[in-house]
Design a protein around this ligand. Structure first.
Ligand code: ADP
Ligand code: ADP
Length: 218
C-alpha cells in the first residue's frame, strides 16, 4: 500500500517563493525514506505538505492523514504532566477509553526504553529521554506513516546514535513507513531503505539511492 505519494508536486508560498518543483516521491508500507540536502532546498516544506500544514500549489499529493504521526525536533511535552501522562495524551484526545489508553501507553513506554521513568516530569529527563517520550506518545496511535523533521538534531552525537539505533529497531519490529528529514548523510544511510537527495532553489529531488537491505542492519 502507498502511504504517501508526491507526483510532479510544486509548492509556491504566498510571498512568491518557489520552494519545491516537480517532486516525485512514493512511500509504501515498509519504506523508510530519508531526505537529505542543504538548507533551503525545501525539506521542511515537503514535510509540511505531507502533514497538511501547507497545501501543494501544483501536481499531485496523496496521503492518509488519519494514520500519520509528525515528530518534531522539540519534543513538545506538557511540562505539568508526567511521562506516562504525556504518553497517554493522544489516547485521551482520541477517546480510546481509559483501559485501552493505559495499555497502549505502557506498551509504548516499554518499546522506547523508558520503563521505570513513568512518574518522572519532563524537566527531570534528558533531551534524549524527552524525545523518546514524544516517540512513545506517537506510537500509542499505531501510525502507519511517521514524518520526522530532524528529530534528533538538537542532541549530542552519542544520544543521537543511540536513538537512531533504537528507531531502526522500532522500524524493523513495528509496522510503519517513514519520511525522515536530516542534514546527516550518515544518519540517512544508517536508517533508510532509500535516501533521496534534494538540491537547488527551487528544491527538487536530484538523486536517489536504495540502501541494500541487510546493510547496515547486520
Ligand atoms: P529546508 O527545510 O530544506 O531548509 P525549507 O522548506 O524550510 O527548506 O525552505 C525552502 C524555501 O522556501 C526556502 O527558500 C525558504 O526560504 C522558503 N520558505 C520556507 N517557508 C516559507 C514561508 N512560510 N514563506 C515563504 N517562503 C518560505
Ligand atoms: P541524552 O540523549 O539526552 O543524552 P539519553 O536518553 O541517552 O539522554 O540518556 C541519558 C542518561 O539518562 C543515560 O546515560 C542514563 O543514565 C539515563 N537513561 C536514559 N534512558 C534510560 C533508561 N531507559 N534506563 C536507565 N537510564 C536511562
Amino acid at each position: 500500500a502507498t502511504n504517501l505519494r508526491f507526483a510532479g508536486t510544486d509548492k509556491t508560498y504566498a510571498d512568491g517563493t518557489v520552494a519545491l518543483t516537480g517532486v516525485d516521491l512514493e512511500i509504501r508500507q515498509g519504506d523508510f525514506v530519508s531526505v537529505v540536502g542543504p538548507s533551503g532546498c525545501g525539506k521542511s516544506t515537503l514535510l509540511r505538505l505531507a502533514s497538511g500544514l501547507e497545501e501543494p500549489t501544483g501536481g499531485v499529493m496523496e496521503v492518509d492523514r488519519g494514520s500519520l504521526a509528525y515528530v518534531f525536533q522539540d519534543a513538545t511535552l506538557l511540562p505539568w504532566r508526567t511521562v506516562e501522562q504525556n504518553v497517554r495524551l493522544l489516547g485521551e484526545l482520541h477517546h480510546l477509553g481509559k483501559g485501552e489508553t493505559r495499555r497502549r501507553a505502557a506498551e509504548a513506554i516499554e518499546l522506547v526504553g523508558l520503563s521505570g521513568f513513568e512518574k518522572h516530569m519532563p524537566h527531570q529527563l534528558s533531551g534524549g529521554m524527552r524525545m523518546r517520550t514524544s516517540l512513545a506518545r506517537s506510537l500509542t496511535l499505531a501510525p502507519s506513516l511517521f514524518l520526522f523533521d530532524e528529530p534528533f538534531g538538537a542532541l549530542d552525537e552519542i544520544s543521537r546514535e543511540r536513538l537512531n539505533s533504537e528507531l531502526l529497531t522500532l522500524f524493523t519490529t513495528q509496522e510503519f513507513a517513514a519520511l525522515f528529514i536530516t542534514h546527516s548523510i550518515n544518519e540517512a544511510v544508517f536508517l533508510s531503505t532509500q535516501v533521496a537527495v534534494m538540491s537547488g532553489r527551487p528544491g527538487r529531488i536530484v538523486g536517489r539511492v536504495d540502501v541494500p537491505f541487510p546493510y547496515p542492519r547486520d
